[in-house]
Design a binder for this molecule. Structure first.
Ligand SMILES: [Zn+2]
Length: 318
């Protein structure tokens, strides 16, 4: 893919999108080859304790998700290890799940930093190109931690395919890591768009509405259903704009722009605290940080920011 193609692709602007690992799916069922990669001196390993990523202080004010062999052994025993892929420099990359009981002792070590994945992405605590692989590692390792038993027969499962599958030891069923689609949409009406807030948002923060895609519906119909349920709005045209891996714990956000067929908003107050039409001029103030009431849009890592910018700054329409 050329740089020009990537620049045109809005998904590249979202957090967790920059993942340059070559996943080498062809190697996953070759345990001898993967074991050989695991033992190479240039192999690097990312670690997650429970749900908390472990970062390596590589210099003053410098953090990295990657550990050498020796550093990894000092972290504690692995509950699971997965093969993430090959880095651009040709070095193998793995992910390692540690027991959550290690969070406290590891936090006490000055050469380490333990914090949640959202903060790491939001605050830019590690180089941008490391955020995507960390999201990949955490999503798959989380899945292992939550799928120790077979959904079919209840028997214990074990990891297979270099960490990309779980196998039931009782009935033989194979289970694969899930990615759950969520639609997130900027609903527009001419020169205004719908922004809403949940009570857990930071004060003054307004964002797009969103919801899980349900079995048996298209992405477009999920946008229409969620817009009706959350805001009482009927929707005409729906258009895809961008997507974002969202490893909390294992979603893919599908970002759309949608055309409302009416003006009257009826909010679902069990989900939303507030919401209304925002004229483009007001959205521009929110993006620039000059809104008179201090209202704001989500941070750049969130796909909601990508959607709002596409409409307000670049003139995208449904
Ligand atoms: Zn089973």
């Amino acid at each position: 893919m050329t740089d020009a193609t990537l620049r045109r692709e809005r998904s590249t602007l979202t957090g967790f999108a920059d993942n340059r690992l070559d996943r080498r799916e062809d190697l996953r069922n070759k345990p001898d080859a993967v074991t050989a990669l695991r033992h190479r001196s240039d192999t690097r390993i990312a670690a997650v304790a429970g749900e908390t990523p472990v970062l390596n202080r590589t210099g003053e004010d410098q953090l990295s998700i990657w550990f050498t062999h020796g550093e990894t052994e000092m972290l504690g025993p692995a509950l699971e290890e997965i093969f993430l892929g090959m880095a651009e420099d040709g070095s193998p990359r793995f992910g390692r799940l540690l027991d959550r009981s290690l969070i406290e002792p590891l936090t006490a070590r000055p050469e380490l930093m333990l914090t949640d994945l959202r903060s790491i992405a939001l605050k830019g605590m590690v180089p941008t190109e490391e955020v995507g692989p960390l999201g990949e590692a955490k999503a798959v390792l989380d899945w292992h931690a939550r799928h120790r038993f077979c959904a079919q027969c209840g028997g214990p499962t074990i990891a297979g395919a270099s960490g990309w599958r779980r196998e039931c030891t009782s009935c033989g069923a194979l289970h694969f890591p899930r990615t759950d689609p969520v639609v997130i949409m900027l609903v527009t009406r001419g020169e205004s768009c719908l922004l809403a807030r949940q009570s857990r948002f930071a004060p003054g923060m307004y964002s797009c509405i969103a919801g899980f895609v349900e079995p048996g519906e298209t992405l477009e119909n999920a946008v229409r259903r969620e817009s009706w349920e959350e805001a009482g709005l009927r929707i005409g045209t729906v258009r895809y704009l961008a997507s974002q891996p969202w490893p909390f714990p294992s979603s893919i956000m599908v970002g759309c722009i949608a055309e409302a067929l009416g003006d009257e908003i009826t909010l679902d107050l069990t989900e939303l605290e507030d919401g209304r039409w925002f004229p483009r001029s007001e959205v521009l103030q929110m993006l620039e940080g000059t809104h008179p009431d201090g209202l704001a849009c989500p941070q750049h890592i969130a796909i909601a920011s990508t959607l709002v910018r596409a409409w307000a700054l670049e003139g995208e329409q449904p």
